[in-house]
Design a protein around this ligand. Structure first.
Ligand code: HEM
Length: 477
């Protein structure tokens, strides 16, 4: 069952070709010019690839040594790494519309096609307008019911004193919720199938920026053979689900809303629906799973703050949880904000400039890649009091309400959901899910580290995950 785009079969090979073209087209050769100092390519490769050091920690050290702005890379790929909030605002907010996504993200077009995360320019704007209604407040309130039901079903299977990997457990839960809210109650069980194939495809997606990728893909050599096959399986599942939805009409899930959405009488074709569904499925479950995982780690390490949270939950959550409860859970939101600060699941964002920028006497030319790890800015002693300490109270104002203004000193130093025209479209969805699940779970459960002496190292791939998972033990409260 093939998906078509502009009269041509739109399969894994077509997406891989698109991704390669997009990467090649954006590389810009730059003249020799003075650039800020930074690490050598060899130094970085040794640390990140040979020694497998944690990228967030390596970048944090580099930025500390270079006062918030470092340069590395060469020829078509000059990279400016920054933790300066003024530069972050200039690139992502002021000049946001004169930037595109960097090569690593472009490579994910091989999987996500031209969905919202990877689309550029006018196409991105149109897609953003078409998708916006699916994230309207009323729709999120309706998804909230499904989030609570899935949460209840999931925790009903837990046993007192069980020991397991928290990352895997939270991923299973948010995956189920993504399946239900995106694809709908009847097809939610296919979420597992989608996730399995998506995992294979994603694990190999950056292979297309490696040498001889086109030839290797053409010959279906590893890892391309397996990747192309999984990609086609994904298409087949999604085409089936889209067809079923077109017949059923609005069933209250995100996909029905996307099918109904139109601009000037024109909606999305099947290829676009496939790309958006894939994008939201991916962006919508892994990030929230990691947000919750890091939150349980922080609560296990900070029993005093955990008690402070339980006090609110025990007072507020004696009934079936719903969307309307969220404003009455300021401490829960404060705990989650503090977790986003210390362990931002999308730990770094980047752009390729399509304009020249000057900053602190440096010329950052068109074509440069700017990388801004929020991991570093969210922990900067210049912008946060006691930055390394888990202090959820900092997010409450004098009335005890949750407020970003209570603690954020520089808007450029707090961006867990990104910036400007490319800010996360799912932020309210994610806040709703994380707040309801935290309250639901913490009402009855607490977790402790199974191996408290073992250091938890953050690993920065697409999302920030604990390296080797997070072994925890479950206890009834
Ligand atoms: C903890 C949860 C989440 C975090 C930390 C997060 C973070 C982000 C960030 C930082 C960006 C901007 C990327 C960039 O500028 O390059 C982004 C974009 C995006 N996110 Fe999220 N996200 C989360 C949850 C979600 C959810 C639940 C959904 C969907 C249901 C979602 C869908 C998207 C989409 C489609 C974009 C692309 C927006 C655009 O370019 O217009 N995210 N997210």
């Amino acid at each position: 069952m093939a998906i078509w785009r502009n009269g041509v079969v739109y399969d894994s090979r077509a997406r891989m070709r698109d991704a390669q073209k997009a990467i090649a087209a954006t590389s810009v050769r730059q003249p020799e010019m003075p650039r800020p100092p930074g690490p050598s390519g060899l130094d970085l490769a040794t640390k990140l690839v040979l020694r497998g050091e944690s990228a967030p920690l390596v970048f944090e050290r580099i930025l500390r040594e270079h006062n918030g702005l470092a340069h590395f890379g060469r020829s078509g790929n000059h990279v400016y790494l920054t933790s300066n909030p003024d530069l972050v605002l200039q690139v992502f907010r002021t000049h946001g519309r004169h930037t595109i996504k960097p090569p690593v993200l472009q490579s994910s077009r091989a999987v996500l096609g031209q969905g919202l995360l990877t689309a550029e320019g006018d196409q991105h704007l149109r897609q953003r307008r078409l998708l916006q209604p699916a994230f309207h407040r009323d729709r999120i309130a309706a998804y909230a019911e499904r989030m609570v039901t899935e949460g209840e079903n999931h925790i009903a299977r837990w046993q007192d004193s069980q020991a397991a990997d928290m990352c895997a457990d939270m991923s299973e839960l948010t995956l189920q919720i993504a399946g239900q809210t995106l694809l709908g109650a009847d097809v939610g069980d296919q979420a597992q199938e989608v996730a399995r194939a998506l995992k294979i495809v994603l694990a190999n997606s950056t292979a297309i920026i490696q040498p001889f990728a086109t030839v290797r893909a053409h010959l279906s050599l590893p890892p391309f053979g397996e990747t192309l096959k999984a990609g086609d399986e994904l298409d087949e599942i999604l085409q089936r689900i889209i067809d079923e939805h077109r017949i059923a009409g609005d069933t209250g899930d995100l996909l029905s809303m996307m099918i109904a959405s139109q601009e000037d009488g024109v909606g999305m074709d099947d290829a676009q629906l496939r790309d958006e569904a894939m994008t939201i499925f991916l962006a919508g479950h892994e990030t929230t799973a990691m947000w919750l995982t890091w939150t349980w780690l922080l609560l296990a390490q900070n029993p005093h703050q955990a008690e402070w949270l339980y006090e609110e939950i025990d007072n507020q959550v004696s009934h079936e949880l719903s969307f309307g409860d969220i404003p009455h859970l300021p401490r829960t939101q404060a705990v989650l904000a503090e977790s986003l600060r210390l362990y931002p699941p999308a730990w770094m964002i980047g752009r390729r400039l399509q304009t020249d920028i000057s900053f602190q006497g440096w010329q950052i030319p068109n074509g440069s890649i700017v990388l801004a790890p929020m991991w570093v800015l969210h922990r900067s002693p210049e912008y946060w009091d006691y930055p390394a300490i888990f202090r959820p109270e900092r997010w409450l104002d004098a009335q005890g309400d949750y407020s970003e203004r209570a603690t954020v000193r520089h808007t450029g130093a707090w961006y867990p959901f990104g910036w400007g025209n490319r800010r996360c479209i799912g932020d309210q969805f994610a806040w709703t899910e994380a707040t309801l699940l935290t309250a639901l779970i913490a009402r009855d459960w607490r977790f402790e580290l199974t191996y408290p002496e073992k250091q938890v190292v953050p690993e920065g791939n697409i999302t920030l995950r604990p390296k080797d998972g997070l072994a925890m033990t479950w206890h009834h409260r």
